[in-house]
Design a binder for this molecule. Structure first.
Ligand SMILES: Nc1nc2c(ncn2[C@@H]2O[C@H](COP(=O)(O)OP(=O)(O)O)[C@@H](O)[C@H]2O)c(=O)[nH]1
Ligand SMILES: [Mg+2]
Length: 300
C-alpha cells in the first residue's frame, strides 16, 4: 500500500468526523451561524483555536472573492488553508544523521523508532539504534525486537546504564563503521521530570561533542489520542532540548488528528512522520497536502 493510502487510512476517523460535521452544517448562505458551526467542527477535530480562526478568516475571504457555492468547493478551500498552515517542509535525512527521539511514556517512541528504522533501511540507509531508555529493562528488549524486525544494528546495555555514555559508544562505533543514520531511543519517565530533562540534555551534549558534523534532529513523539494535552508536552520538551519536528502516532485511533495543525500554528514545528498502526510498515512520511485533503475527505 502506498504512503498516501496509508495516511488516508490513518486519517479515517478524523475525516469521518470532519466531513459528517461539514455535511450537517452546510448551507449555501454562509452566514454567521454557518461560520460558528464550522468553527465547532474544526475545534472538535483538535485544530486549535488559533488555527481555526485563521482558517475561518481565509474561508470568509474566499467565499466572497470566489463565490464558493458547493460543499465540494468549500472542502477544497478548507484543505488549501489547512495545507498552508502545515507548510511543505519535508524530513530530510542527509548522511550522517543522528535522531534523538523524545516524549512521555507510552506515546509510541520505541515503536516509531522500529518502524522508522525499517523505512530508512528500505531507502537503502544503514541504520543504528541506541537503546537509550535504560530506565526499564523491558524497553531495551522491546527495541531489540524492533531492530530484529527491521534488520538493523542496535547498541544496548543493561538496565540502569548511563544513556549518555551509551550514546557516546554508539556514535563512536557509527563513525568507525560509516553508518548513515543513528536513532536514539530515550526514557519517557524517570524519578522526576527534572531528572529526565537533565538526562536528555546530557545526551544532547554528547551528540554535539562526538558528532558535530552530524545532521542532528530532535523529534518529539506525540500520541494523537491525547488531545490538547499534547500541546503542553510540545512546550515542555521544546524548552528542554529544542525540537526540530514531530512524529504523530496513533492517528488510526482518533478523530482528533487535527492536533498537528494546532502544533504547527502554535510552535511552528513540522510533522515528519505519522504512525497509523502497530505494524512494521505503519509509519508514513508526512505530506501536508495529502493530510489536509484527507482531513476534509477529498482526494489529494
Ligand atoms: N494504533 C497504534 N498504536 C501505536 C502506534 N504507535 C505506537 N502504538 C502502540 O502504543 C503503545 C506504546 O508504544 P511504545 O513504543 O512502547 O511507547 P513508548 O513508551 O513511547 O516507547 C504500544 O502498544 C504500541 O503498539 C500507532 O501509530 N498506532
Ligand atoms: Mg519506549
Amino acid at each position: 500500500m502506498g504512503f498516501f493510502k496509508k495516511l488516508f487510512g490513518g486519517l479515517k476517523k478524523t475525516a469521518v468526523a470532519v466531513t459528517s460535521g461539514i455535511a450537517a452544517i452546510f448551507t449555501k448562505t454562509f452566514d454567521d451561524e454557518f461560520y460558528d458551526d464550522l468553527e465547532t467542527v474544526l475545534i472538535s477535530a483538535d485544530l486549535g483555536v488559533a488555527a481555526t480562526e485563521k482558517i475561518i478568516a481565509d474561508i470568509k475571504q474566499k467565499v466572497k472573492a470566489e463565490k464558493i457555492k458547493t460543499e465540494e468547493e468549500l472542502k477544497r478551500r478548507l484543505a488549501e488553508s489547512i495545507a498552508e498552515i502545515l507548510g511543505d517542509e519535508k524530513p530530510e535525512i542527509v548522511d550522517p544523521t543522528v535522531l534523538m527521539v523524545v516524549g512521555v511514556n507510552g506515546v509510541g517512541k520505541t515503536t516509531s523508532i522500529g518502524k522508522l528504522a525499517n523505512l530508512l533501511k528500505q531507502d537503502g540507509k544503514s541504520v543504528l539504534l541506541v537503546a537509550g531508555d535504560t530506565f526499564r529493562a523491558a524497553a531495551t528488549e522491546q527495541l531489540t525486537e524492533w531492530s530484529e524486525r527491521a534488520k538493523v544494528r542496535i547498541v544496548k546495555q543493561g538496565a540502569g546504564a548511563d544513556p549518555a555514555s551509551l550514546v557516546f559508544d554508539a556514535l563512536t562505533s557509527m563513525k568507525a563503521k560509516h553508518e548513515q543514520v543513528t536513532i536514539i531511543d530515550t526514557a519517557g519517565r524517570l524519578h522526576n521530570k527534572t531528572n529526565l530533562m537533565a538526562e536528555l540534555q546530557k545526551i544532547d551534549r554528547v551528540v554535539d561533542k562526538v558528532m558535530p558534523e552530524a545532521n542532528y534532529h530532535k523529534l518529539l513523539v506525540i500520541d494523537a489520542t491525547t488531545g490538547g494535552n499534547a500541546l503542553s508536552q510540545v512546550e515542555y520538551f521544546n524548552e528542554a532540548v529544542g525540537l526540530d519536528g514531530i512524529i504523530l502516532t496513533k492517528l488510526d485511533g482518533t478523530a482528533k488528528g487535527g492536533i498537528v495543525v494546532a502544533i504547527k500554528q502554535q510552535f511552528n514545528l513540522p510533522v515528519w512522520y505519522v504512525g497509523v498502526g502497530e505494524q512494521l510498515n505503519d509509519l508514513v512520511p508526512f505530506d501536508a497536502v495529502s493530510f489536509a485533503a484527507g482531513l476534509v475527505g477529498i482526494d489529494a
